[in-house]
Design a protein around this ligand. Structure first.
Ligand SMILES: *Cc1c(COP(=O)(O)O)cnc(C)c1O
Ligand code: SF4
Length: 349
């Protein structure tokens, strides 16, 4: 898919009725529209584009303007309160997250950082001054070993800017860098051998964190992008957001996770939706996620099973949610096939 480009004019969306166009226009006034041409093609290639999982992820809908109790906040995770410096989120002792840009090729309708790109806010990348201040903070806080590059999508930066940021982080004593990018899904041509080779040549450990939500996203071009990253020595983990009406189906997610594993990508997290304004219609509830977790445990290789997690408000962090297999009241276990079995050594103190 060469010559990918960004579309931000709703009149370029094919096949719209006047009513649908009006609905999209009113939603896009609050939360702007933007998609890559290649991501939109993934929707157009499906049998019923306007009801497809890809369409729901990238085309504005009237549901974004509805009110859902508990989904009033724009910063539902309290990230801004865990931010000692602009563009730095330091929530956990040994790792911190850097918002290197607010640009993305696709504005995902469920994005929990909508606050960073709504209001038609100008595209904005981290400045030298901001980066210098953050590097000084990292040098003072030796307990921070890992930095996540996030945003926005860090791969919206030029190669030279990205390399500059990574080398400055390494000079500040950072051991591990996690590049959190949806580009392998949203603009796979952006991944080049040259950039991946340069990044992997840094002494630090570099990990890539992709974001695929649906098997239709993981097409030939996306697979090829992932292969390029892995071939150059950078391991890939994937995160998936559980989205009502998009991917809240056990078989469908199992297919995605298996295909990721076949390409060498480890499903890492499955996130419950966050309580963020304009995204309430995507929330499934935790019970749904736990039902999926149980199905995965019984039917999928552990290589393919991600950790189901919920990011708590007020900066409470990500907590893993597990199906219960241990009953401490009588020291017994629920087996994968539903039997109750005890383990002779489990009660040793
Ligand atoms: C998710 C996240 C991390 C990384 O947490 P892990 O559990 O290691 O994946 C770090 N900082 C912030 C602010 C995060 O949201
Ligand atoms: S790519 Fe990530 S940061 Fe960008 S809009 Fe989508 S979910 Fe939000």
């Amino acid at each position: 898919m060469k010559n990918d480009r960004i579309i931000n004019n709703i009149n370029e969306i094919p096949g719209l009725s006047p009513e649908k166009l009006a609905e999209i226009a009113s939603a896009a006034e609050h939360y702007p529209f933007r998609t890559s041409w290649s991501f939109l093609q993934k929707a157009m290639n499906s049998p019923d584009p306007q009801n497809s999982a890809i369409w729901k992820q990238c085309i504005p809908s009237a549901d974004e303007l509805k009110e859902f109790p508990g989904f009033e906040s724009e910063d539902g995770l309290g990230e801004d309160s865990c931010s000692p410096l602009p563009l730095l989120i330091h929530k956990y002792p040994d790792r911190a997250l850097l918002l290197v840009t607010n640009r993305c090729p696709v504005y995902c309708r469920f994005c929990f950082r909508k606050r960073r790109w709504k209001n038609g806010e100008a595209d904005r990348d981290i400045t030298d001054d901001e980066l210098n201040a953050i590097c000084a903070y990292l040098k003072e806080h030796k307990e921070i070993r890992e930095v996540l590059l996030s945003g926005g999508d860090p791969l919206m930066l030029s190669d030279s800017r990205l390399i500059f940021i990574i080398s400055n982080l390494i000079k500040s004593g950072i051991e591990t860098i996690r590049i959190c990018s949806r580009i392998p899904s949203t603009m796979p041509d952006r991944i080049s051998d040259k950039l991946m080779k340069t990044i992997s040549a840094f002494g630090a450990s570099i990990w890539f964190l992709t974001h695929f939500n649906h098997p239709d996203e993981f097409d030939c071009d996306s697979r090829e992008a992932c292969r390029k990253i892995i071939k150059n020595g950078i391991p890939i983990l994937n995160q998936t957001v559980l989205l009502k009406g998009v991917n809240d189906d056990a078989e469908l997610l199992a297919k995605l996770f298996r295909e990721l594993v076949r390409t060498g990508v480890k499903p890492h997290y499955l996130f419950h939706a966050d309580p963020v304004c304009g995204t309430g219609h995507f929330a499934t509830g935790v019970a749904k996620g736990l039902e999926l977790v149980k199905y995965f445990r019984e039917n999928l290789s552990s290589l393919a099973v991600p950790v189901f997690a919920l990011d708590l408000p007020e900066g409470g962090g990500k907590v893993p949610l597990q199906a219960e297999y241990y009953d401490s009241s009588n020291n017994s276990f629920k087996a994968i096939d539903g039997r109750t079995i005890s383990h002779p050594a489990s009660s040793i103190k």
